[in-house]
Design a protein around this ligand. Structure first.
Ligand code: FEO
Ligand code: CA
Ligand code: CA
Length: 614
């Protein structure tokens, strides 16, 4: 791709510097120079979407899923829906591990649509993450600690679903129940560890002396799809499942602390039923979670693989793209307060003509952590056993990646969530969800104190090459309400008509190049339900956010994913009625069926069959 023009670079520098100056001086938003409309650059306009034409839906506290006039939302897969012909339907009072393992899991998050054939938009394999479980929203009877049966059901409700789905002539989607592709990966499915850390002593346990096979995957949040049609699934807050961490001052103990291990009972209480979640008895099981899992949806018998070369952290997701020379680049945010943004670059290039040759591409390469300088430049710091890490093994660098990246001087961020690469400009969008505890801005890529609303950083790899080791960066969006000066909100130069965004989380690009931003946290900041917004990143509409969807009460919106033709948008509605139990119609949720809340995937289309958003 072409290098950025001078005009383009100058415009971006101007945006950021003006913004930082404004923050320091307390300049009134109405006269702030960074609110001038962005000057168009040729390269930028080449990536401009056709204008977004839908009518914004209003912010809402209603227990309903709202989309603009002319759009049709169909609930496609609900928690507990059977995935196989004749499979068990959800029976709240009679759940077992076996029934749950044959059903759609709980709390759907990332969605990847893999066409059955390249470019096909009416039939595909839907790969969906199931992030976590909530006993109070799953079981009619809940005590202080889980029963043995509840633990087994919860283990089976985690992980990933692969489901073949097809659209009829009217564009209405349904599960293909007889498909041999339909499968569940759960928290007990054997998964292979591969890459530089596989087999290292830190990954060996009593049950797995080789350190190469883990039972299951946990807290699968966001993810990505590879060019060869596999799912990458980020294991995020795995620390919730482990209790009784022992004290110490060796590397493993310091690492447990940095990775939030609890010294007392875990949030889930599983350690009372399964020794491997008790860190006092099996401290190394902790090291076997926090990886990126790769799953081939076209091979239902294949074991999922944890790719250790991508490092161990609270992976929000895994966004994949190609460097100019064809090497595979995977961006990932580590979603904890003050943690880092990473990217992995494979050693070998992607081979579009040989799927088997790409199978283990993610096992060799370089993991980098990002350092953002206040002057708008930045560097990718390679995590290798050299310099301050000269005494480390490569395996320890990967297992304890947070500690390694700190020693290199990576930049602590305001909870990095999803990352996406614009399909045409190749600019990289990095989402920070929020950090209200930040005492003061860092003068750079995390500029606001008490960052309640989160922000989005726009990153240009040097030379436009995603394999580069340096970059420039700019602020694209600072969430909050532009009508409230104290929010210091910024919408990439859009002066008016934006729909306010808070707590951005998952992002996705539509085929037309518009950016779609899902939120997780607006009830606490705006007092309205979480929602999904669309925004142009280039052209005259740059920065003008529009609310496309408002979710039901208590949910977060996640996993936006488009079919290749852009005519269907899949969205996950995660934890409707969160914290309110199964039956609290006054304050909780009864979505989608009017009885009790069920996390679900929704397929949204335009009634006239045209692309969504256009
Ligand atoms: Fe699972 Fe960072 O959201
Ligand atoms: Ca998320
Ligand atoms: Ca989140």
């Amino acid at each position: 791709m072409q290098s950025p023009s001078f005009d383009d670079v100058a415009r971006r520098r101007y945006d950021r510097r003006s913004f930082l100056h404004g923050l320091a001086s307390g300049a009134a938003l109405a006269t702030a120079p960074w609110l001038l409309p962005a000057r168009g650059a040729r390269r930028a306009l080449a990536g401009a979407p056709a204008s977004l034409s839908f009518e914004s839906v209003p912010a809402s506290t209603a227990d309903e899923l709202a989309v603009p006039p002319g759009y049709v939302p169909d609930v496609l897969l609900r928690w507990g829906d059977p995935l196989h012909e004749g499979g068990p339907a959800l029976d709240l009072a009679a759940q077992t591990a076996a029934t749950q393992a044959a059903q759609f899991g709980f709390n759907c998050d990332f969605i990847g649509f893999v066409p059955l054939e390249p470019g096909r938009s009416d039939r595909g394999l839907l790969c969906v993450n199931h992030e976590f479980t909530s006993r109070s929203e799953m079981f009619p009877e809940v005590g202080d600690a889980p029963t043995a049966r509840q633990v087994e059901v919860e283990l089976a409700a985690h992980g990933v679903t692969v489901a073949e789905v097809a659209a009829d002539d009217d564009g209405r989607w349904a599960l293909v129940p007889g498909s041999r592709s339909n499968r569940r990966v759960t928290a007990t499915t054997p998964c292979r560890l591969s890459g530089p850390a596989a087999g290292t002593p830190a990954l060996r346990t009593e049950a797995d002396a080789e350190g190469r096979t883990v039972l299951g995957t946990l807290y699968n949040c966001s993810g990505g799809l590879t060019p060869w049609g596999t799912l990458l699934s980020g294991e995020e807050n795995f620390w919730h499942y482990f209790g009784n961490a022992p004290a110490g001052d060796d590397l493993a103990a310091r690492s447990r602390e940095r990775y939030s291990a609890r010294t007392g009972r875990s949030a889930y209480g599983w350690e009372a039923h399964h020794q491997r979640f008790d860190l006092g008895r099996e401290p190394r099981e902790y090291h076997r979670f926090g990886w990126v899992l790769e799953l081939d949806p076209f091979d239902p018998g294949a074991a999922p693989v944890k790719r250790t070369a991508l490092g161990r952290m609270c992976h929000e997701g895994a966004a994949t793209a190609l460097a100019d020379d064809g090497r595979v680049v995977v961006y990932t945010g580590d979603d904890s307060t003050g943690e880092f943004v990473y990217k992995f670059v494979s050693a070998a290039p992607y081979d579009p003509g040989d799927r088997a040759a790409n199978r283990d591409l993610l096992d060799a390469g370089t993991l980098y952590a990002a350092r953002f300088e206040p002057d708008g430049t930045g560097r990718w710091l390679p995590l290798r056993p050299e310099g301050p890490l000269a005494d480390w093994t490569q395996a320890d660098v990967l297992v304890h990646a947070r500690l390694a990246a700190s020693l290199l001087g990576a930049t602590p961020m305001d909870r990095p969530e999803d990352v996406e690469v614009h399909p045409r400009t190749h600019r990289v969008y990095v989402v920070m969800t929020k950090n209200p505890g930040r005492e003061e801005g860092d003068g750079g890529a995390n500029p606001r104190a008490h960052n309640r609303h989160g922000h989005v950083v726009e990153l240009d790899e040097d030379g436009g090459d995603l394999g580069a080791e340096s970059f420039t960066w700019n602020l694209f969006l600072l969430g909050g309400d532009p009508a409230r000066p104290e929010d210091a909100a910024f919408y990439a130069g859009a002066r008016a008509g934006v729909d306010p965004v808070s707590c951005p989380d998952n992002v996705a690009f539509a085929p037309d190049g518009s950016l779609w931003i899902a939120t997780d946290g607006q009830p606490r900041t705006f007092g309205c339900n979480d929602a999904l917004y669309a925004v142009a990143t280039v052209g005259p509409e740059r920065g003008r956010t529009r609310r496309f969807l408002s979710g039901p009460r208590g949910c977060e919106v996640c996993g936006p994913a488009f079919t290749p033709d852009g005519r269907t948008l899949f969205v996950s509605v995660q934890h409707p009625g969160a914290g309110r139990g199964l039956r609290d119609p006054e304050r909780g949720s009864t979505w989608p069926d009017g009885d009790f809340p069920r996390p679900s995937v929704v397929a949204i289309r335009r009634a006239d069959g045209q692309p969504v958003g256009a």
